[in-house]
Design a protein around this ligand. Sequence first.
Ligand SMILES: Cc1cc2nc3c(=O)[nH]c(=O)nc-3n(C[C@H](O)[C@H](O)[C@H](O)COP(=O)(O)OP(=O)(O)OC[C@H]3O[C@@H](n4cnc5c(N)ncnc54)[C@H](O)[C@@H]3O)c2cc1C
Length: 938
Amino acid sequence: MGKIVSLAGVVALGASAVWGQTFETFTDGNGIEFWQCEFGGAGVVGDGDAQFGLALPATAQTGFEEEYIGHLVVPKVKSTGTWMGISHESSMTSALLLLSWLDGADVMTSFRYASGYTSPDIYTGNATLTKISQSVNATHFEMTYRCESCWSWDQDGVAGSQVPATTSGAAQLIGWAQATQAPTTPGDTDSAIKQHADDGIFGAVVASARKSAYTSWVSLATATSTAAQATGTSTNSSNSTGSASASGTGGVTAATATAAACPNENAMASTTWDYIIVGAGAGGIPLADRLSEQGASVLLIEKGPPSSGRWGGTMKPDWLIGTNLTRFDVPGLDNEIWKDSEGIACEDYSVMAGCVLGGGTAVNAGLWWKANPVDFDYNFPAGWKSGDMAAAVDRVFERIPFTDVPPTNGVLYKPQGYEVVGGALAAAGWQNVTADDVPAKKNFTFSHPNEMFSHGERGGPMATYLVTANERKNFKLITNTTVSRVVRDGSRITGVEVEAFLEGGLCGIINVTPGTGKVILSAGAFGTPKILFRSGIGPQDQLETVKDAESSAMIESSHWINLPVGHNLDDHVNTDLVLTHPKISFYDFYAAYTNPIPSDADQYIANRTGILTQSAPNLSVLFWQEILGDDGITRQLQYTARVESGHDIESNKSMVISQYLGRGATSRGRTTITASLDMVVSTVPYLNNAHDTAAVAAGIESLKAALAMDPKIQIMYPAANTSTADFLADYPLTTASRSANHWMGSCKMGLDSGLVGNGTAVVDTDTKVYGTDNLFVVDASIFPGMTSTNPSALIVAAAERASELIAKIKVGKSSLVANSTVPYPTGNTNSTLPQGAGSPSGSAVPSGTAIFDSAASNATSRCTKQITLTGSRTSSSSLATEFPASSSLTTAFPTATSTPSTSHASFSLPSTGYQATNGTLPYPTATTSSPSGSSGRE
Ligand SMILES: Cc1cc2nc3c(=O)[nH]c(=O)nc-3n(C[C@H](O)[C@H](O)[C@H](O)COP(=O)(O)OP(=O)(O)OC[C@H]3O[C@@H](n4cnc5c(N)ncnc54)[C@H](O)[C@@H]3O)c2cc1C
């Protein structure tokens, strides 16, 4: 039995601690010594603090690398019960989770695994928990346990690991979550669970946890009760009938995906459509409007529920009751997606995306950029160059003009962020522009945010294109309905198969007009590949995964069309800096959701003025820079400055500047499907080569030089004594840390058909899927490479252009026989595909599949700041030589007297390169403080 005295200690600490964490050595009643973290506070996590203790084998004790002995102390939640979960990596998703709760006096345990922001599945891999002791008192329960095969995991072929490093100073990142409700059936280890109420991350100091007595302690591990055994071999309840009512355990939670019972009759069975468009987001809505405008019958099918009040949306805080506004309509509430995304975020993806009417345009920050012409010229094939796109871009901005002053009274609120950062940039010679007036000026320029907001509300495609489409009798929108696959007869698509996602959704088959009808997938960079895979279109390995999962529902393999769907995945690479300045003050947009400052709410409701008309969290200044690499490629950087803090800098005078590496980057990743039909980023598209990394580094040096123009600006993150090289070497290459939520490229457009040889393209320049007669893709996934800016306005422009091209296509027999070739390696390995037109191939892609998810990034990282993590990467001095000396960089930077718009920062190719350097990292142990609210958000 563990010592109850330890529990008393926790309670005593809990009374005084507010989000405190302490680290100490703790010896339990079994005599086992742990490195221990205490965490919790503010009464949110049960009645008192929690503890997690870690004991690891000594480095020399081989054969025990995959295990540990843990000590978990959980505060009870008296009236409603609780469960607590520990992640064996910092993230909720794609990591082994261990849940524990009470069933009477018994401490129950269960291994789980979440591939997306949804209720975790029962883990089906090989992890074994054996309890050493357990105890319960009035306020807490505790257990000491041995966890074997717990540092590497494999769920349905998706593997990950965090084996403790042997280097000194390494840390083991651990995530936790706790609920304020007991599992539904406490006596059942497979019980459904309710969503957690709080979560966090800490880093355990590996060296402090290593004990040579470890091998003697493991002999204490004999099963003490039936419930103590959790071998991860239970049946998998995921992907079942959609009846699970539990929601996710991460900071980002899933929709309550209780699939509605389908009506007996498919109301659509007897109607056929000239066009069926799947997905009502940035691509699908404008396309539906333009095609229906031409007189064709158009059905737009959206998986999610209505979002904006205009379309019957109902999700809103109390202060909006009585108005026709929902949380989606109010710009100042857009950040709420990062706090509470239940019923909004796509539960079947491992990254953030909006699964509601409007897709990303319903949940995003509204940044709305007229295309930099070079984005089309550099990335796209003939027919999609800037000259071809100009009319489409103009049409977008006629329908949805930008504003840089959202409040209807023309007053910008709390503009200090712009003044501080813009002031420093101006002093350093950067040029102040209105970005959408000069879209090509993306070098040493800065601008107020340009946004699609209209009359103080979100605006965008839902408020424009969808309105005009909906006025036509030949257009119909259905929501709450998932398209599971296209129905096809070889290369000819005859319709789509639909399932009710929510109450009121449809089931069955909906057909296109025989002979002439077309299906267009606009379900986004993950949704579209998922439908293609389930339709027998994609790489062999993906189709086999679906076949195993869906068996007879899947089209016969003789009709499979092998295309590189899911490869070429791209995203802006995010890297944050945090600064403070005495003029800055934080406005709490999160609190404004439930408890706004009354005068701000009143102003908003009365006349759409006040700070809530502006995007949260006070986006203040955007700026751009081009970096010419010595591979001859110019890489684009965008920086977004927001008035909030991050990375554990505790100050209400902080700003986070997120640097996005965009156009020109050659790193690419891959999205794949799991056996439970979730979409994951199996290869991250971040900094897999020295040129991309060097561009990020050069930009940071440049930014620091500009910010130094204002002596009152203090750069807090990275710390002053951290070199840029060290900073980047320690910055995790994970989706949670580096995503900008600008996913694209997974169904690349190109002239080199993926059906042939080493062709890389999934769709041709009419947006038609190679090897099909009448299947098209129009969304972010067709973009061959990244944009200069946040992409939504460019995706709408692509939809405008596609509407012209698709309408002209006569449906005929595809000239390429399906299944004619298998052009790509079929293993679920790293992508080595050549990249977008005009962009050279990326070199080797990093092998990391670990996903440091948004849930984790949102969590307050309350321990790691106290830990110095060193030693597991190449020494800073050797890395530093890989970057040009700042003097060589600054010669290329503008000075207050120079004309910066034509200059480029340049960099030298690192002699050894970051890929090689990062390859030596025993990721993620070399990370510094885990980012809280760190990845890009807009
Ligand atoms: C939090 C966040 C903030 C962002 N901020 C900005 C910003 O400020 N400015 C900017 O330019 N960009 C921003 N972006 C990116 C931008 O919103 C996206 O790039 C863009 O919306 C992608 O367009 P899309 O048409 O490819 O997909 P989406 O807009 O995501 O639309 C896809 C739609 O398909 C639906 N769908 C998926 N699967 C199915 C299915 N099987 N059946 C039926 N329907 C389906 C989805 O529910 C969704 O509505 C942001 C993104 C996020 C997530």
